[in-house]
Design a protein around this ligand. Structure first.
Ligand code: 5GP
Ligand code: ZN
Length: 125
């Protein structure tokens, strides 16, 4: 938990959000300013500033915390794919993560944007 982080506050219910998925490690909620008909943010509950926090985690000898974190990143991708299916994004979609100022990042809590157009089909409205 980073006390100044808005996504940590969303995780802790200090800021409301339209949640569409939650488990022990991961949350997904609708982007407040959607840039596509389906625009969902998938975040780890644990705070990482961005995907660049993972740059030193790729190594042969893994301690258990690193292994858990790499598994978490894979599970986030799996959640993206499951949500894409539930939104009927059968023709394809985008999973985007922005890193740093020049990468367009505005919220410094790791998040994957799931962006797609399901041509009017909605499951969670
Ligand atoms: P970034 O630019 O960091 O990749 O994306 C941050 C995203 O978070 C933006 O698309 C923005 O609309 C969204 N966002 C910012 N603040 C909030 C908020 O309080 N609630 C929700 N649901 N989305 C937010
Ligand atoms: Zn955070």
């Amino acid at each position: 938990m980073n006390k100044d982080c808005i996504f940590c506050k969303i995780v802790n219910n200090e800021i409301p959000s339209e949640r569409i998925y939650e488990d022990e490690e991961i949350m997904a909620f609708k982007d407040i300013q959607p840039k596509a008909p389906v625009h969902v943010l998938i975040i780890p509950k644990k705070h990482f500033d961005s995907a660049s926090d993972f740059k030193d985690k790729y190594k042969m000898e893994l301690d258990s915390e690193t292994e858990e974190e790499l598994t978490l990143a894979g599970r986030m991708l799996a959640v993206c794919a499951r949500l894409a299916e539930s939104y009927h994004l059968n023709e394809g979609y985008r999973v985007v993560t922005n890193v740093g100022e020049y990468g367009g990042q505005t919220v410094y809590h790791l998040h994957f944007h799931l962006l797609g157009d399901n041509y009017g089909l909605q499951v969670n409205d």
